[in-house]
Design a protein around this ligand. Sequence first.
Ligand SMILES: NC(=O)c1ccc[n+]([C@@H]2O[C@H](COP(=O)([O-])OP(=O)(O)OC[C@H]3O[C@@H](n4cnc5c(N)ncnc54)[C@H](OP(=O)(O)O)[C@@H]3O)[C@@H](O)[C@H]2O)c1
Length: 182
Amino acid sequence: MVAEHPDLDVLVTMAGIMRAEDWTTSGFAEGAAEVVTTNLLGPIRLVDAFIDHLRTRPEATIMTVSSGLAFAPLKVTPTYNATKAAIHMLSESIRLQLDGTGVAVVELEPPSVATDLMPGQKDSPFAMPLDAFVREVVDLIQTQPDATEIQVENVKFLRYGEARGDYDQVVATLNRLDPHGH
Ligand SMILES: NC(=O)c1ccc[n+]([C@@H]2O[C@H](COP(=O)([O-])OP(=O)(O)OC[C@H]3O[C@@H](n4cnc5c(N)ncnc54)[C@H](OP(=O)(O)O)[C@@H]3O)[C@@H](O)[C@H]2O)c1
């Protein structure tokens, strides 16, 4: 990749999978391991593969992709939620290490968006239309070039429950409104 694109200065660790799990009965470990491998080890391996090149660029950006579910749990997807919380903390941590190197770390925190992430998600009434999400994200990146977290308005309900002091209500509402993970 670097040989073909020596100007490359942005890495977006976007790949992810989201699966419903039942932790009340054994048999979930194998699937959970796949979620951890893709959602957490994947970004770790990608940063490891690209960091030396990114540091050769005058300015570069690593964009990680967490989720509103890093900040409030959806009952049916425990491992997914945990990997996204890990991505949040990883982003916070490596930003400190990379301070002064010219490599910025920006965390994209999507709300529910109508994609193929989960079966039925594209048609979910709770999912934000993809076009509207992309427009708002691009607008935020353009208007707030120094932002460390990209948060569309729709994600703030989940993102700031603890700070607002309504975390318990956020968790209850999330799991009542959207019991199947959409
Ligand atoms: N949609 C949402 O509501 C939402 C909310 C919060 C965060 N996110 C995050 O946004 C990111 C993108 O998800 P999406 O909604 O766009 O879902 P998506 O349409 O299912 O896209 C997921 C992408 O990840 C790739 N991928 C999955 N496993 C992979 C693997 N082992 N190796 C390489 N690529 C792999 C898929 O590639 P293939 O097509 O080749 O399988 C696909 O391009 C994910 O990190 C997700 O957790 C999404």
